[in-house]
Design a protein around this ligand. Structure first.
Ligand code: GLU
Length: 449
């Protein structure tokens, strides 16, 4: 990594490395934020004196627990689960839970750390946290998923509460898993506490637009970045990696804006469909039948499936990395730029490696980093909490308008902050700094906590 760390923050980073050995994704997320903060400490020496960064890098609380459950053959299975409660100066800990075999403490800490600044950028009263487990929902029966979720919540419930910690979904956790968890929480506590989880089903306290929000938000963000350059998504060829919740609703919104998404993917490979992805089919395969994108090609003879293909080799003008962390490396970023990509809006969390980020910034394309571009999901979770608190539910148009306003404000705040700190157009700096300052000021106000 060649970006220079300011001498004021370099020792803090060294300390993070020493205190958190082996947690490479966490190191990466911390470094990326610290790279932006040198000028902030010069402008606000009080942040340095009161060790705001040192405190932010240490989670307020970390919970690691065993999740034992019985599979369909009545065998005992054991998973490990986490909830990292990172920062509660702006509101209750808020952030999703990820179920994926790759999950370990380093992944949950990177996600929780990012979540602090992302949530701050939304301007809403939510702190930062993240959770999850190395449980793999792939190939499990509904009954197995239910038993796992019930066992998971049997430990986690004591740490949650609408004013304490409010989880939601992430990779591998959707409406089904949240339903099982909410049911178990309600049963153990004997409280119908809607505000304790977000991403709930629409008939039991969920919010319209929550399901669509991360993808719609990343698309609104792309539209804002392009607007700032006198352009728009209309007529643009786009590529969206992944085929989960984020990818599906990115494709939907890009198509509504007159762009054309020609490719999506999953961990087995890439689907290229020059005519544009058939969204109804993709939804049926992924949301209803829980199948793989490979099967898409058997319904459309003109679509091409490439096993283990690299989606970033497909020429596009706008790219939406919406699968997982570090899915775009330096080579991929260079290829995208070379092929004429003018904008990247990140739907996944930290999908671009540091080398890739540097290439996008040097090429001066419109680059929307995850903590700004994908904040629409958690922002709409906060709107769900508002509806729960007032025992109300809003209609789709109103909720979507609120989401769009929030995304426009996040873009404006990142762009203005980048400008203010001498790096116009660099939304990485803008998002990191704007997100950080709100948290830091709240920490100063609350004393040594
Ligand atoms: N998992 C999502 C994220 O990365 C959403 C979190 C939430 O809604 O609390 O921001």
């Amino acid at each position: 990594m060649s970006v220079h760390l300011d001498e004021k923050v370099a020792p803090i980073y060294q300390e993070v490395l020493a205190r958190n050995p082996g947690e490479t994704e966490f190191h990466q997320a911390v470094r990326e934020v610290l790279e932006s903060l040198g000028p902030v400490l010069s402008k606000y020496p009080e942040f340095r004196d009161s060790k705001v960064i040192e405190r932010i890098c240490e989670p307020e609380r970390q919970i690691i627990f065993r999740v034992p459950w019985l599979d369909d053959q009545n065998r005992i299975q054991v998973n490990r689960a986490f909830r990292v409660e990172f920062s509660s100066v702006l509101g209750p800990y808020k952030g999703g839970m990820r179920f994926h075999p790759s999950v370990y403490l380093g992944i949950i800490k990177f996600l929780g750390f990012e979540q602090i600044f992302k949530n701050s950028l939304t301007g809403l009263p939510i702190g930062g946290g993240k959770g999850g487990s190395d449980f793999d929902p792939k190939g499990k029966s509904d009954a197995e998923v239910m038993r796992f979720c019930q066992s998971f919540m049997t430990e986690l419930y004591r740490h949650l509460g609408e004013h304490t910690d409010v989880p939601a979904g992430d990779i591998g956790v959707g409406a089904r898993e949240l339903g099982y968890m909410f049911g178990q929480y309600k049963r153990i506590t004997n409280r119908y506490e809607s505000g304790v989880l977000t991403g709930k089903g629409l008939n039991w306290g969920g919010s319209l637009v929550r399901k669509e929000a991360t993808g719609y938000g990343a698309t609104f963000f792309a539209q804002e970045m392009l607007k700032a350059r006198g352009d728009s998504l209309e007529g643009k060829t786009c590529v969206v990696s992944g085929s989960g919740n984020v990818a599906i609703y990115t494709i939907e919104k890009v198509h509504q804006f007159g762009g054309k998404v020609v490719a999506c993917s999953d961990s087995n490979g890439v689907i290229f469909h020059e005519k544009g992805i058939d969204l109804d089919l993709l939804k049926q395969l992924k949301e209803v039948e829980r199948r793989r994108v490979k099967d898409y090609a058997s319904y459309h003879k003109d679509a091409i499936f490439t096993e283990n293909g690299n989606i970033w080799e497909i020429p596009c003008q706008v790219a939406f990395p919406s699968a997982t962390q570090n899915e775009v490396n330096g080579k991929d970023a260079a290829k995208l730029v070379k092929n004429g990509c003018i904008a990247v809006s990140e739907g996944a969390n930290m999908p671009t490696t540091p080398e890739g980020v540097e290439i996008f910034l040097e090429a001066k394309i419109a680059y929307g980093p995850a903590k700004a571009a994908n904040a629409g999901g958690v922002a709409t979770s906060a709107l769900e909490m508002q509806q729960n608190a007032s025992r109300d539910s809003w209609d789709f148009e109103y909720t979507e308008k609120r989401l769009q306003d929030i995304m426009m404000k996040i873009h404006r705040s990142a762009a203005e902050t980048a400008e203010e700190f001498g790096t116009p157009g660099n939304l990485v700096n803008g998002a990191n700094i704007a997100g950080f300052i709100r948290v830091a000021k709240a920490m100063l106000a609350m004393g040594v906590i």
